[in-house]
Ligand binder design. Structure first.
Ligand SMILES: NC(=O)c1ccc[n+]([C@@H]2O[C@H](COP(=O)([O-])OP(=O)(O)OC[C@H]3O[C@@H](n4cnc5c(N)ncnc54)[C@H](OP(=O)(O)O)[C@@H]3O)[C@@H](O)[C@H]2O)c1
Length: 225
């Protein structure tokens, strides 16, 4: 894998969604446009199954000039959409499967037969082959020819990529308000992280995009492939 770009939008207290029925709007139009620029520069976008269940994300490139730039480079309009799942419990009628680029389901081996039956018509369903966590995910995506990957969440998935140090860039967009709800998901959960006070990520830029603060960080030692 040439490039892994993690991207997330959070509140000031680190929440990436609400814990009630209503979805939490964090981003701004300007931030969204900039985030789509990252999407447009990747072959595939990965999310966890809980994000698909909750948000039904389309993971498309939505802006005409970004689509035109992809076409000029001979790329399909939209990156491949990848969802990782242990259970295979995903709804084939989800907008995730019907809109945007081709869908790939990376599934735990045990749930593979059921997942193939349920999702085989709407996605390419591939077993993780007992391969461990992030390394297994990256090796399966390598096998599909994915060289540039964007990872958009949620918490469980980001936690694994951050803890494995398996990324080149981290893009964090911060919305200027506190959510204050203990049960709401955060950017990352408890884990042993390779980056700490004595071994920090490098800040490349801080930008204000429509009342959202965007911090672009580089991992000096990406553990990818
Ligand atoms: N603000 C943002 O930028 C942003 C972006 C994305 C998502 N979100 C939010 O994040 C929340 C969801 O986060 P989450 O932490 O609950 O879940 P998540 O990371 O989206 O998905 C977790 C699920 O992914 C599957 N999974 C995780 N690691 C795997 C692995 N190594 N191999 C195979 N499958 C794996 C499992 O699926 P199964 O359950 O099927 O076993 C697991 O339950 C939602 O509220 C969503 O709105 C926010």
């Amino acid at each position: 894998m040439e490039w892994v770009h993690l991207s997330v939008c959070m509140s000031l207290d680190g929440h990436i969604d609400n814990d009630c029925g209503r979805r939490l709007v964090l981003s701004s139009e300007e931030d969204c446009h900039d985030m789509h620029r990252v999407r447009a520069d990747c072959d595939a976008i990965l999310v966890g199954a809980a994000t698909v269940r909750r948000d039904q994300p389309r993971l498309t490139v939505r802006y005409p000039e970004l689509l035109a730039a992809r076409r000029a480079r001979g790329l399909p309009d939209h990156p491949i959409k990848v969802v990782v799942t242990f259970s295979g419990d995903l709804d084939p009628a989800s907008a995730f499967f019907s809109q945007g680029g081709p869908a790939v389901v990376l599934c735990d081996e045990e749930a593979l037969p059921t997942a193939r039956t349920r999702l085989g018509d709407v996605a390419t369903v591939i077993g993780l082959g007992g391969a461990d966590g992030v390394a297994g995910i990256l090796s399966r995506l390598d096998g599909l020819g994915v060289r540039r990957l964007m990872v958009e969440g949620g918490c469980q998935v980001l936690t694994q990529f951050l803890a494995a140090g398996a990324f080149h860039r981290l893009r964090v967009a911060v919305a200027p308000f506190l959510l204050g709800r203990a049960g709401a998901p955060r950017l990352a959960g408890p884990a042993f992280y390779p980056h700490g006070a004595d071994n920090r990520l490098r800040i490349l830029s801080t930008r204000t995009l429509g009342n959202i603060a965007v911090i672009d960080m580089e991992n000096p030692e990406p553990k990818v492939g």
